[in-house]
Design a binder for this molecule. Structure first.
Ligand code: ADP
Length: 263
């Protein structure tokens, strides 16, 4: 028997193939460009503290002997900048781990998790922290460690970007479709035009730079990746009369106790 030859493609099919190929190529180029941008941003962020450290070491070397009074201040800068670099590197590692992480989501009680995180966080800050959560379990499919990290990062930001005594509230709630975890502060708020960008790597709202709040602009990029790994969504809105509310929506899971009570 004759081997069956492949049928020549119809012009429509060739067009479709060419279109698919172009789309793939564009997506690949896009990803490469984002990666290049990321590496260039990361290098830029690391270069600044290194320059400060080296500058201060040179200063001590040149003037330290004759003017020992410059030493403590320079050592202070060196300490501060090396700490900044350490945080930055830790954050970069978190990001690249989250990039590769494949997680098995488990049913867990979000109300208890939030209660634990708030109890551990409260002694670290002066600001009053409140928690509004049902006393019954609020079950979601998620990863305990990642949800801890998400809530802690949102609390860190609420703390950093609001006055030393203004309250922060955490809320766990459930409706028919989703479970939500939100963190509300009464701080500086986020201008509407920055809201879509704050989840990008290295993005910082200008005002926060001028307020000299420490940060690298990676916190929310990490949070957003962790939320995605938990198959959730994160949004931000204005709080009233001022400040922001970050809300994470997660997938509800059936409560195992209720299932066993009503088989
Ligand atoms: P970082 O805090 O290290 O700058 P993040 O990625 O956590 O980076 O946040 C990005 C930017 O979003 C911050 O620089 C800040 O301008 C803004 N931001 C985040 N959380 C808040 C908040 N609760 N209130 C006001 N601005 C915030």
């Amino acid at each position: 028997t004759q081997p069956k030859l492949p049928q020549p493609l119809e012009p429509v099919e060739i067009n479709q193939l060419a279109q698919d190929f172009n789309q793939l190529l564009a997506a690949q180029n896009n990803r490469l460009q984002r990666e290049r941008q990321f590496i260039s941003d990361a290098s830029h962020e690391l270069r600044t503290p290194i320059a400060t450290i080296r500058g201060n070491l040179k200063l001590i070397e040149r003037r330290g002997e004759q003017h020992p009074e410059v030493i403590p201040e320079s050592l202070g800068f060196i300490d501060q900048e090396s700490l900044r670099m350490q945080h930055l590197i830790e954050n970069l590692l978190h990001l690249s781990r989250a990039d590769r992480a494949a997680v098995a989501l488990q049913p867990l009680d979000l109300a208890t998790l939030a209660r634990n995180v708030v109890a551990h966080y409260q002694p670290l800050v002066q600001q009053p922290l409140s928690l509004e959560a049902p006393t019954t379990p609020i079950m979601v499919n998620g990863d305990t460690d990642m949800l801890h990290q998400i809530l802690t990062a949102l609390l860190d930001n609420a703390h950093k970007y609001s006055p030393a005594t203004s309250p922060i509230s955490v809320r766990v709630a459930q409706d028919d479709q989703a479970v939500t975890l939100s963190v509300a502060d009464q701080g500086s708020g986020i201008p509407a035009e920055d809201r879509t960008h704050i989840f990008e790597r290295f993005y910082r709202v200008d005002a926060s730079r001028s307020q000299k709040v420490e940060g690298s602009g990676l916190g929310l990029a990490i949070v957003s990746q962790l939320v995605q790994l938990n198959q959730g969504q994160i949004t931000v809105q204005d709080n009233q009369p001022q400040g922001s509310i970050f809300t994470v929506r997660l997938t509800p899971a059936p409560d195992p106790k209720k299932i066993s009570e009503n088989p």
